[in-house]
Design a protein around this ligand. Structure first.
Ligand SMILES: [Zn+2]
Length: 269
C-alpha cells in the first residue's frame, strides 16, 4: 500500500493497483465497492471505495473535497478505500504488501442494477417517441433523447435503480408533451416492460470498453441489442450478458406534474 490516512474521522487506504470500483463524487449513481484488505493473517473491512486525487505538492483530497476537475495538470487520480474502522490498523503501514478482495456478490448485484438502469432508460426513450413535437438530439438507438434531456437523478442499488426526470418548463419548450405522458403512464410502462423482456430474452452481450488503466480514463458501456449495438460513456460496472437477467421491469410514477420517477427492478437469472 502507498498511503494510510485519517481524514474527517474516517480512515482511508490507497494502494498501487486495486480491483475496487469507487463511487464517482461528481455523479454518484453507482455506490463504491466494499470488501476487505488482507495482509498475512490480518484483515480489515473496506466500507466503500471512493475517488481520491493527489497533487504533485503532496496534498491528498478525497471525494467531494477534490478541488480540481479530472485530468487537471499536477494531480494524479486514485481510488481510496474507506475503512469500516475509524483508524488505519497499526499493521497496515506504507510499503506493506496487501491483497484486496471485493465483495463479489454485492458488485454483481450493482452491475446488474447499472446495466438494467441503462436498458430501462433506452426503453423509456423508445416508449415516449410520439410525445415529442419538435426534433431533439438522438439517443444511442436513434430515438429522441428524453433521458439526456430530462434525467436529473439516478441511483443504482443491488438489482435495481431509481431515476428521476424533470418535466418542467424547459422540457415543454423543447417540445415534450408532459400532459400526454401523465395521461398514458400505464400504457408507457407496459411498452417499456415489453421492450425490456425482448432484450433480456435476446441474451445480448454487454461490455465496458476502456481507453486505459487509470480510474479517469474514458470508459464506454456497449451492448449488442437486437436493434444494433448501442453504447455511451459510463464510468460504472456492468454485466457481461443480458442472460444474467431473468427479468428487468420498471414502474412509472408522477408524484407531481413536474416529476417522473422510474423505478427499475431486476430478477437475476
Ligand atoms: Zn452508467
Amino acid at each position: 500500500m502507498t498511503h494510510g490516512r485519517s481524514v474527517d474521522s474516517a480512515a482511508f487506504v490507497i494502494v498501487d493497483a486495486t480491483p475496487f470500483h469507487p463511487v464517482d463524487h461528481t455523479w454518484p449513481d453507482q455506490p463504491g465497492d466494499s470488501g476487505v484488505v488482507i495482509c498475512g493473517e490480518q484483515t480489515v473491512a473496506v466500507a466503500e471505495a471512493v475517488m481520491a486525487a493527489a497533487s504533485d505538492d503532496g496534498e491528498l483530497a478525497i471525494g467531494e473535497s477534490i478541488p480540481v476537475k479530472r485530468g487537471a495538470d499536477g494531480w494524479t487520480w486514485l481510488v481510496a478505500h474507506r475503512l469500516a474502522a475509524r483508524e488505519v490498523p497499526a499493521w497496515l503501514v506504507p510499503g506493506a504488501e496487501v491483497k484486496l478482495r471485493v465483495d463479489a456478490g454485492r458488485r454483481a448485484g450493482l452491475s446488474r442494477g447499472h446495466t438494467a438502469c441503462h436498458l430501462a432508460s433506452l426503453a423509456l426513450d423508445a416508449a415516449v417517441v410520439d410525445l415529442w413535437r419538435k426534433p431533439i438530439g438522438a439517443d444511442p438507438l436513434g430515438n429522441p433523447d428524453f433521458e439526456g434531456r430530462a434525467n436529473q437523478y439516478s441511483r443504482i442499488h443491488i438489482d435495481g435503480s431509481v431515476d428521476e426526470y424533470r418535466l418542467g418548463k424547459s422540457l415543454r419548450k423543447a417540445g415534450f408533451d408532459s400532459e400526454g405522458l401523465a395521461g398514458s403512464l400505464t400504457e408507457r410502462e407496459q411498452r417499456i416492460n415489453a421492450r425490456l423482456a425482448e432484450w433480456v430474452s435476446s441474451g445480448a452481450s454487454s461490455r465496458v470498453d476502456v481507453d486505459g488503466p487509470s480510474i479517469i480514463d474514458r470508459r464506454q458501456w456497449r451492448c449488442a441489442l437486437p436493434e444494433g449495438e448501442v453504447g455511451f460513456l459510463c464510468g460504472g460496472t456492468h454485466v457481461r450478458s443480458l442472460a444474467e437477467f431473468a427479468s428487468i421491469r420498471v414502474s412509472l410514477h408522477m408524484p407531481d406534474s413536474q416529476l417522473l420517477v422510474m423505478t427499475t427492478t431486476v430478477e437475476p437469472a
